[in-house]
Design a protein around this ligand. Structure first.
Ligand code: PHE
Length: 345
């Protein structure tokens, strides 16, 4: 036995690295077991010269203690590692964390439903700016100069309304029709969903912001019968296959002839209830054949082409669908109200 041997063994013990309990036990046997290297040195110790016994005895004991301490330390580390591994995020049998889901806004749900129906019929979707000019909102749509919509009381103006072609917030989505007619190749078949603005006092029945979906179909030989059919098919998709429609004559500057469309009340099925105010009918949209002046204003030959347009209020359709009569609910972001629509995602 030499001092170098003992030092080398000590260095080896200190550098020990074991990961599993099994490796630790193997190391223990190798150094401290009955036939272990340290145990063997103790046996050799008996033959050491008397005058060297004290010195060797001390270093051997140090080595033995260091080895035992190292083995204990490794065991402790292995145990905490095993405990944290079994309690970690890797327990695949645990149920997942649940996150509260948001819900779609009722206006979005209805808008998507309307647009989805017309997409199925082959219509494209087009959008236009909310801040528009007088040309697209009024002039190109055949509004006479003295029309009341052109007054400050009805329209939010961005620039002075006595200047030429003032800038304003669009009061209807019919202006997107104009943009489509100006830019798209014929035939045109589009729906245009969007937000519109009117200078109204806010109440349960009126709001200064609401949403519309506009429709426009222009081709050769488009007739009033085509319009009636498109609207009937839409109404049946939206309100159910038994739904009937009725058209009442109406007036819009940009369509001629014009009509307002009612659907049979799907609450009382025509018997009369407080939703349809006893009439059995619910008004859902305005429509008409695009006025030749409007086609010409956008550069379309009105002798060759004809078309129809319609426009409906999204909140109005949502109101009929869910009987939410106070329009303000749609804009106040009250979570108690919005959560009602969670299942309609
Ligand atoms: N723009 C009309 C409105 O806001 C609706 C409409 C659109 C009527 C298209 C006829 C044709 O009331």
């Amino acid at each position: 036995m030499t001092r170098e041997q003992i030092e080398a063994l000590k260095a080896e013990v200190e550098a020990l690295q074991c990961k599993t309990e099994q490796e630790i036990e193997e190391a223990r046997v190798r150094f401290l077991g009955k036939k272990g290297e340290i145990t063997r040195l103790f046996e050799e110790f008996r033959t050491v010269d008397k005058d060297q016994k004290k010195e060797f005895g001390q270093v051997l004991n140090q080595l033995k203690n260091a080895a035992a301490a190292k083995i204990e330390e490794l065991k402790a580390v292995a145990q905490t590692f095993a405990a944290s591994a079994s309690a970690s995020a890797y327990d695949l049998t645990k149920p997942g964390d649940s996150y509260p889901l948001g819900s779609r806004h009722p206006v979005s749900i209805v808008r998507e439903e309307i647009v989805g129906i017309f997409r199925k019929f082959g219509y494209d979707v087009a959008e236009g700016p909310e801040v528009e000019d007088d040309w697209h909102v009024f002039e190109a749509l055949n509004f006479p100069p003295e029309h009341p919509a052109r007054e400050m009381q009805d329209t939010f103006f961005v620039t002075d309304n006595d200047q030429k072609n003032p800038i304003l917030l669009r009061t209807h989505t019919s202006c997107v029709q104009v943009r489509c007619m100006e830019t798209m190749k014929l035939p045109i078949r589009v729906v245009c969903p969007g937000r519109v603005f009117r200078n109204e006092a806010i109440s349960a029945r009126a709001h200064c912001i609401f949403h519309q979906v506009e429709g426009l179909y222009i081709d050769e030989n488009v007739t009033f019968a085509d319009m009636k059919q498109a609207i009937l098919l839409f109404a049946r998709e939206m309100f159910g296959p038994e739904t009937e429609i009725r058209m009442r004559p109406s007036y819009f500057p940009f369509t001629e002839p014009s009509a307002e469309v009612d659907v049979s009340c799907n609450i009382c099925h025509g018997k009369g209830c407080n939703i349809c105010k006893g009439t059995g009918w619910l008004e859902i949209l305005g429509c008409g054949m695009v006025d030749p002046n409007v086609l010409e204003a956008s550069g379309i030959d009105s002798k060759k082409y004809s078309g129809f347009a319609f426009g409906m209020g999204v909140e109005r359709i949502a109101m009929l669908k869910w009987q939410v009569k106070d329009l303000r609910n749609y804009f106040e972001n009250d979570l108690r109200f919005l959560k009602e629509f969670e299942t309609n995602i």
